[in-house]
Design a protein. Sequence first.
Length: 378
Amino acid sequence: MGTAPDTELRLVEATVGDRKIRLGWSDGHRVDVEPLWLRDNCPCPECLHPSTRERTFDILSVPPDLLPERISIESDGALRVEWGGVPHSSRYEAADLRGYGAPDLSGTAFPVIWDGRLAGSEPRFAYADLESEAGARAWLSALRDYGFALIEGAPPVEGEVLRLAARMGPPRPTNFGVVFDVVSKPDPNNNAYTAIKLNPHTDLPNWERQPDFQFLFCIANEAQGGASTLVDGFAVAERLRDEDPEAFDALARTPLPFRFHDGEADIRFRAPAIGLWPDGSLREIRCNLAILARIDAPGEDMARLYRAHRRFVELTRLPDLQLNFRLQAGELLAFDNLRLLHGREAFDPASGFRHLQGVYVDREHLYSRLRVLRPAAE
Ligand code: OGA
Ligand code: ZN
């Protein structure tokens, strides 16, 4: 026996008492509802624009102590409320009210935290897979849950990265442009544009909003060296929280200064290395020694911060937390830049050509696409 489908839910109780509206459903669930909440969520076309689906009702148009004049249950189990003052009649489906007070967590990420043992089972997709809705959904779901996914077999040409990124959403330009070319160049303004090793890092922690998702597309990888590294920064942070809660705390509470500057830009932001949601869960990692500015903590905080940050960075270098692989021409590595750290081995530009193109995309597009794509067949 499963639970009854929502459509069969009926209201069986609706009473006004003690400034609340007591509702009871046919499945036994009972709850006391704020009258203002009910008025605010009237679904009629006068209160909710039928085309924009946005609210047109103004909460200031009713008094703060609003109460219904009359409430009743209709023959199909829906709720009818007659409001006084500016008279208004509202009807609410029984199932629509059932989630009162509970957060809607549909489409929220529940990260699958990983370490080096994921090697060999990385989420990997074929370019052709993206054509179908099921394929696109599987790819986007992997990005949401693992924080990264590989796509192989795309045409290894300039600009392809933009077409691939567009399957999630429009690009987010930065001071490095809409599309950035990762090649060893003369007079580089970024360590990525050299041939040196890049230790695991997040991109652009010097921005208030670090780019959420990064798409790194490999056009050529013929040089010796240049293999890629990924680390789950949430795994690193959780390991630190386990082994040294004080260090975790220092990194979660103390802002670090980050700064990028060249001839055209001077972009700075201060934020903790470990960003938390209000409930204490992990929100974002900021880690990039190349653009960490002079740490400016007062007194003993300096020593504490150096110790904590050093340990965090040390953990990002542990082989057992890392994935190492070599990008092939036509391969896309897309990843969550707020969660994962990425790096590369040094390469020898004299031994062959290496060219990646990168694009950033905001996270909202990922969740939105996943919600809009038809749900998977059961
Ligand atoms: C970057 C970067 C990695 C690579 O461009 O931000 O980290 O493999 N590149 O070159
Ligand atoms: Zn980078």
